[in-house]
Design a protein around this ligand. Structure first.
Ligand SMILES: Cc1ncc(COP(=O)(O)O)c(C=O)c1O
Length: 422
């Protein structure tokens, strides 16, 4: 093997910054808010106090009248699928490149997931493939604004209107992102957001979720699905059959934690500025990807304004580096000290649960058993091919001076020496 200045071959590392990020997730505002709630012993999100304050704040930000805080993103999807009437025998169309949390609740409600391809340029659901997969059993379409990049909501909502199928948006990576001037999550029929994010999300409260809609009926169904004993819940329900359930509703509690909502209320005030800072870093990564052979930025559609997802994704182009395998490329980049990995989100149709199926209820009765066909490798070839090329980078919010340049140098060095790695 030729001798190079690559760290892999004993050369100096390009990335030497030990503490690359200057941004702190929680500031004094969050600390004071949590302390205040604890001192007032407001620890349960009853539906009054901090619950209302958070929900009203989020409703104002989103421009949607109905907002419900939830215990996590998964329970928010549970409420949303229940709201649109997903049940046994139904199908839900969902991109294969996503989190399991936005489809698992539909399966528990008895529906079969129908995975669609992602557009390999944007990594979000391919509208043409969604349309191809519609059947008489399709009850809902879920789109995911993966890694903060808004999906093609114009095309998706056109399909929704033509077929009369509701759209649930997953904005868990995209708080504050926009499609055509509107916040994502407020374009489809229901928007669902996780507020988790490993402490570095644009809105990150530990565990939490929030659902938004402009449809009163959906809102009331989300209420009865998971908000038993919420303050004023019976008065909020307008349908007699929902009201007669009383405050115990359907007996399930998906309520958020009050301290999390306190954190969330403060983080909402900072959301736009955090997104702005991260977008600036993303733009620098993208410029780098355009200039350095072997890299390709993820495409942002014309009407899309991405959010500040805490990671960033680039696409690897082996054909520009003489076919250098992505694994070898990554090894060399990592040796340079850069935190760049293969993508950490698996394709859903390749997970054992969905590939092989599972007898969820026992007795061969659930949506993933019986005549469930399962999925094999090759069933979604476009997504499978692009998934192998996705590189995960840290996003950075306030990178220390010189950090981005060091990363850039790591990529440049590996590209320049690709011939010696093959
Ligand atoms: C895109 C996406 N959707 C949904 C979820 C599920 O949210 P939660 O973990 O809060 O239940 C996650 C969680 O990581 C996610 O990344």
């Amino acid at each position: 093997m030729a001798v190079t200045n690559l760290a892999l071959h004993g050369g100096p590392k390009a990335v030497t910054a030990e503490d690359p990020e200057g941004w702190q997730v929680f500031g004094t505002e969050e600390a004071e808010r949590v302390e205040g709630l604890a001192e007032a012993e407001e620890l349960s999100a009853t539906g009054a106090g901090i619950t209302r304050e958070f929900e009203e704040g989020f409703a104002g930000y989103m421009g949607r009248p109905y907002v419900l805080s939830q215990m996590n993103g998964t329970s928010t999807f549970w409420g949303a699928y229940f709201a649109v009437g997903v049940g046994p025998g139904d199908e839900v169309i969902h991109p294969t490149y996503a989190s399991i949390g936005s489809i698992a609740p539909a399966v528990f409600l008895g529906a079969r997931p129908v995975f669609c391809e992602v557009d390999p340029r944007t990594l979000t659901a391919d509208p043409a493939d969604i349309e191809r997969r519609i059947t008489v059993r399709t009850r809902a379409i879920c789109v995911v604004h993966l890694f903060g990049n808004p999906a093609d909501m114009g095309a998706v909502m056109d399909i929704s209107r033509r077929y009369g199928i509701p759209v649930i948006e997953d904005g868990s990576h995209a708080h504050g992102a926009e499609w055509d001037g509107r916040k994502v999550g407020a374009v489809g029929n229901i928007g669902c957001f996780s507020l988790q994010g490993e402490g570095r999300g644009a809105m990150s409260v530990g565990e939490g979720g929030v659902g938004v809609t402009d449809n009163r009926e959906y809102y009331e169904r989300m209420l009865i699905c998971g908000h038993l004993n919420r303050v004023g819940v019976v008065q909020e329900l307008t349908r007699p059959e929902y009201r007669q359930l009383g405050s115990t509703c359907l007996g399930v509690k998906f309520r958020a934690h009050a301290l999390g909502l306190g954190l969330g209320r403060e983080q909402l005030r900072k959301l736009d500025s955090v997104n702005e800072k991260r977008r600036a870093v993303h733009q620098q990564w993208n410029r780098m990807a355009e200039e350095i052979p072997g890299l390709e930025p993820v495409k942002i559609l014309e009407k899309a304004r991405p959010g500040g997802y805490y990671g960033y994704r680039l696409l690897y182009r082996p054909e520009e580096l003489g076919g250098l395998p992505v694994e070898t490329y990554l090894k060399a980049i990592q040796a340079e000290g850069a935190q760049v990995t293969a993508c950490d989100f698996p394709l859903l149709h390749r997970l054992p649960l969905f590939a092989e199926g599972f007898d969820i209820y026992g007795g061969n009765r659930g949506p993933l058993t019986g005549d469930y066909p399962g999925y094999r490798e090759g069933d979604l070839p476009v997504s499978e091919a692009v998934h192998r090329r996705v590189l995960a980078l840290p996003a950075f919010t306030d990178p220390r001076p010189g950090v981005l340049e060091q990363y850039r140098e790591a990529f440049r060095k590996v590209t320049a020496n690709a011939g010696a790695l093959r």
